[in-house]
Design a protein around this ligand. Structure first.
Ligand SMILES: Cc1cc2nc3c(=O)[nH]c(=O)nc-3n(C[C@H](O)[C@H](O)[C@H](O)COP(=O)(O)OP(=O)(O)OC[C@H]3O[C@@H](n4cnc5c(N)ncnc54)[C@H](O)[C@@H]3O)c2cc1C
Length: 423
C-alpha cells in the first residue's frame, strides 16, 4: 500500500503547466492554489486584472487534489439549522446559492474544456440508526415546505438493494442534484485554464508576512518579496497565523481516505449500481464512492487530528469499509492519504475582509462546489465587479483560543463520539 494520493498518481500535475517566477508587483496576489484560489484567479483575469497565485507546495497540492470528489448540494451545516440561525429568507438564499455552486462547477468544466469525469450521479445520505431514517421523512417535507425543493427521494431499507450492496443501513435519502468528479483532474484543469488566461502560477512560495503600504501590500515569501494592490487568502485548512484574526476563526481537521485496487465490473455493480456519492448520518461519518476506474474510495475521520499515521489509519478505515461492504474483505487497499479540512467555529463558509486582506475559507469538508463559486465571487469582489458575497452578511465568530486546536479537538472528538452513541 502506498501512503500517497491516488488521484494525483492517476492524473499527475501536467508537466506543461506554465510555472512563473515570483513577480515584483501584481494587482492581486492569491495565496493558495486550490479551487478557491484558482476560481478567483479565473474571475480576476476575465475582468482584466493581473494576478499571481502563490502556492507553498505544488499547484493544487492541498485538499483540492485529495478529496472525495463529491460536489454536494447544501452546506456543511444542515439547512434547518442555517434557517433557524439566520432566518428563512437568508437560509433559502444560501440553499439556492449552493445549487448554483454545482451549476457553476458544471459550467466552468464545459467552458474551459476540463476533462474530470463530472457526472450528476446524485448523493445518498445513509441512515446509521432507525431513528435517523425516521427523521428523513420530516426532512423531505421541510425541504418542500420551506425551500421549495423536491429533488429528494426516500429509499426504505427494503428498497436499498437497488442503490447499494450494503446491509447495515436503515434506509437512505437521495438528492439527485449532487455530482461526482475527479478532484485532481478538476484542479489541474482549472490551473491550466487560469494560466491560459494569463494568471501567473508560482510554486514553492509560502507567504510568511504581510504589511500595508501606501498602494497596497508588501508580501514577504519564502522565495523573495513582492508588492500587490490586493491580497486574497485562499488557504482554508492550511491557514496559518500570517493574518491572525483569520486563524482565530478557522481550525484544521484531518480527513483520511483509502482506495482499493480496481474491482471487477460485476462487484462494482453490486456495491453501487448507480455510482452515487454516499455518506452516512453519523457525526464521525464515512463517505464513499466508486472512482471513475472502478475502485472503492472510502473516507472519514478517526478523530479530528491532522497527523495520524497513514498505515494505522488505513487499517482502521479498511476494517470499517469491510463492515459496510463484507464483499470487500479480500480487496487489496492500494493507497492511503489524508488532507486538511478548514472548519469555522460556526461550521459556515466565511468570506470577507480583515485587516484589509480578503479571504474565503471554512468549507468544513463540503467545499468542492462551495469553494468553486465562493472563489469566483471573491475574484469578482477584488475586480470591482460585485460589492460583496452572501457569506459576508453573517457574523464570523473568532476566538484567541482557536489556534490551540491540538488542546481542544480531542475533547470535541470525545463529544462527537458520545453523540454518535446516544443520538
Ligand atoms: C480528504 C478530504 C476529503 C474531502 N472530500 C470532499 C468531498 O467529497 N466533497 C466536498 O465538497 N469537499 C470535500 N473536501 C473538502 C474540499 O476538498 C475543500 O473544501 C476544498 O478543496 C477547499 O479548497 P481551497 O482551495 O479553499 O483549499 P485547498 O485546496 O486546501 O488549498 C489551499 C492551498 O493553500 C496553500 N497554502 C496554505 N498556506 C499557504 C501560504 N502561507 N503560502 C502559500 N500557500 C499556502 C496550501 O498548500 C494549499 O495547497 C474534502 C477534503 C479533504 C481533505
Amino acid at each position: 500500500m502506498k501512503t500517497t494520493v491516488y488521484w494525483t498518481e492517476d492524473s499527475p500535475r501536467p508537466t506543461d503547466l506554465p510555472i512563473s517566477p515570483l513577480p515584483e508587483t501584481i494587482d492581486v496576489a492569491v495565496i493558495g492554489s486550490g479551487y478557491t484560489g484558482l476560481h478567483a484567479a479565473l474571475a480576476l483575469r476575465k475582468a482584466g486584472a493581473s494576478v499571481a497565485v502563490l502556492e507553498q507546495r505544488t499547484i493544487g497540492w492541498g485538499a483540492s487534489s485529495r478529496n472525495g470528489g463529491m460536489a454536494l448540494t447544501g452546506l456543511k451545516e444542515e439547512m434547518p439549522a442555517v434557517c433557524k440561525r439566520y432566518g428563512e429568507a437568508l437560509g433559502r438564499a444560501f440553499w439556492e446559492w449552493s445549487l448554483a455552486s454545482i451549476d457553476h462547477v458544471e459550467r466552468t468544466i464545459a467552458e474551459e474544456d476540463i476533462d474530470c469525469n463530472f457526472e450528476r450521479s446524485g448523493h445518498m445520505l445513509l441512515a446509521f440508526k432507525p431513528s435517523h431514517f425516521e427523521r428523513f421523512g420530516e426532512e423531505v417535507r421541510w425541504f418542500h415546505d420551506v425551500l421549495g425543493y423536491d429533488d429528494l427521494a426516500i429509499v426504505s431499507r427494503s428498497e436499498l438493494r437497488s442503490e447499494i450492496g450494503a446491509q447495515g443501513y436503515y434506509g437512505g435519502l437521495l438528492d439527485f442534484r449532487s455530482a461526482g468528479l475527479h478532484p485532481a483532474r478538476y484542479v489541474f484543469g482549472l490551473a491550466q485554464a487560469a494560466a491560459r488566461r494569463g494568471a501567473l502560477l508560482v510554486e514553492h512560495t509560502s507567504l510568511k508576512a504581510l504589511s500595508r503600504t501606501r498602494l497596497g501590500f508588501r508580501l514577504v515569501t519564502s522565495n523573495g518579496e513582492m508588492s500587490a494592490r490586493e491580497v486574497l487568502l485562499a488557504t482554508n485548512g492550511y491557514t496559518t497565523d500570517v493574518v491572525k484574526p483569520l486563524r482565530q476563526g478557522i481550525f484544521p481537521i484531518g480527513s483520511y481516505i483509502i482506495v482499493t485496487a480496481p474491482l471487477p465490473a460485476d462487484l462494482q455493480r453490486e456495491l453501487s449500481p448507480r455510482r452515487r456519492m454516499f455518506f452516512d448520518s453519523k457525526h464521525f461519518l464515512n463517505y464513499f464512492r466508486l472512482t471513475p476506474d472502478g475502485r472503492m474510495l472510502f473516507g472519514g475521520r478517526h478523530d479530528l487530528s491532522t497527523s495520524l499515521d497513514l498505515v494505522k489509519s488505513a487499517q482502521k478505515m479498511q476494517a470499517r469499509m469491510v463492515e459496510v461492504f463484507p464483499q470487500l474483505a479480500g480487496a487489496p487497499v492500494t493507497h492511503s492519504w489524508s488532507g486538511n479540512l478548514g472548519a469555522a467555529l460556526d461550521l459556515m463558509p466565511h468570506a470577507g475582509r480583515v485587516q484589509g486582506v480578503h479571504y474565503a475559507v471554512g468549507y468544513a469538508g463540503h467545499g468542492v462546489a462551495v469553494a468553486s463559486l465562493l472563489g469566483k465571487e471573491m475574484g469578482e469582489v477584488l475586480a470591482g465587479r460585485r460589492t460583496s458575497t452572501l457569506f459576508a452578511q453573517i457574523n464570523h465568530p473568532r476566538s484567541p483560543l482557536t489556534p490551540y486546536d491540538q488542546l481542544y479537538l480531542p475533547l470535541v472528538s470525545a463529544y462527537f463520539r458520545l453523540l454518535d452513541r446516544i443520538s
